[in-house]
Design a protein around this ligand. Structure first.
Ligand SMILES: Nc1ncnc2c1ncn2[C@@H]1O[C@H](COP(=O)(O)OP(=O)(O)OP(=O)(O)O)[C@@H](O)[C@H]1O
Ligand SMILES: [Mg+2]
Length: 306
């Protein structure tokens, strides 16, 4: 897989305080990378470095396989971003705001404006002044602006901040759609565990400036999936019984009498009865696996995510 963005030892210090601490992150083509961290964790500071708004104190950033150029390098033309709240000229309409950006980006063809507005569902609001926009519409316009030059990578800092649940859902749909249909790669920061969980294909957890973990969502799901952990007298025979009598293949044999069963977690009595009837003794049986929230709590040393 192509690595689109990579940092090595990325660090930012303000005065004596290290606010981004030796971060190694990597984003592959097609990822929706959820950058999860609590308030003050260092998300915005990291994104500011990735977009060239501030210089790192140490470390390297590689974009599309080349070291980032600080003086508007070529790679930045392939990146769109919204860092904190997108600012607009409130007395101008949506199209006029995008037109200013189009000229700034040196884009020749005006059709990109209608295209970007259509993509985010703002075609009907094209001539409406931005001061009359709802927060959700402003966020959409921010995305339209970030998309204007048809970037391959979008860096979005808390794009759903302040939106109601309906607005958050619409945004999520939009991101998934852009990822699937246009192949855009995303880095989206958030302090909401639930939101990242529903959207991300890969999650990076930042805490106190340090990247505690980077994990694919499938691996995370496996790690946090509940199961019945069994110790039995004969695991091969037990597996046969699970398939024949309980009609499930959702288990893993872990050897030396161990077996993890992901089905029947809420019906352990049926499992022990079926195994006993088949002549397999159950030595131990317990529910195992953390909830996603427990998992993050452990990582962050007990500090809660919302
Ligand atoms: N320009 C600056 N000067 C000094 N300290 C700063 C500066 N910018 C950020 N910080 C500090 O760096 C830390 C990380 O801030 P940052 O804004 O990156 O966090 P965040 O994860 O984006 O938080 P939030 O969820 O609140 O947006 C904070 O302690 C903040 O006070
Ligand atoms: Mg922030």
């Amino acid at each position: 897989m192509t690595c689109i963005l990579r940092t090595v030892g990325l660090t930012k210090r303000y005065g004596g305080k290290t606010v981004v601490d030796n971060v190694d992150m990597s984003i592959q083509a097609g990822d929706i990378y959820g950058f999860l961290g609590q308030n003050g964790a260092g998300k915005t500071t990291t994104l500011r470095m990735l977009t060239g708004l501030i210089h790192p104190s140490a470390g390297e950033i590689e974009l599309f396989g080349t070291a980032m150029q600080w003086s508007k390098g070529k790679a930045m033309a392939r990146v769109g971003s919204i860092i904190e709240y997108p600012g607009f000229y409130l007395n101008l309409n949506a199209a006029e705001n995008l037109e200013i950006h189009r000229r700034m980006m040196g884009m020749g063809n005006k059709t990109c404006i209608d295209e970007a507005l259509a993509t985010v569902g703002l075609t009907d609001a094209k001539h409406q002044k931005v001061k009359n926009f709802s927060l959700g519409m402003k966020q959409r316009l921010g995305i339209a602006r970030a998309l204007l030059h048809r970037p391959e990578l979008l860096l979005l800092d808390e794009p759903t901040n302040g939106l109601d649940p309906g607005g958050i859902k619409e945004m999520r749909q939009l991101f998934l759609d852009l990822a699937r249909r246009r192949g855009i790669t995303f880095l989206i920061s958030s302090h909401l565990l639930g939101e990242v969980e529903q959207l991300a294909s890969k999650i990076g957890i930042i805490h106190g400036g340090r990247l505690l973990e980077e994990i694919g969502s499938e691996d995370l799901r496996k790690k946090t999936r509940h199961c019945l952990a069994l110790k039995v007298t004969d695991e091969q025979k037990a597996a046969f019984i699970l398939e024949q009598r309980l009609r499930t293949t959702d288990y893993v044999v872990s050897g030396t009498g161990g077996l993890r069963l992901y089905a029947y977690v809420d019906r352990p009595e049926q499992v022990s009865a079926a195994l006993a009837a088949g002549g397999v003794g159950v030595r131990e049986m317990s529910v195992s696996g953390d909830s996603l929230e427990d998992y993050f709590l452990k990582l962050t040393g007990g500090e809660k995510f919302v």
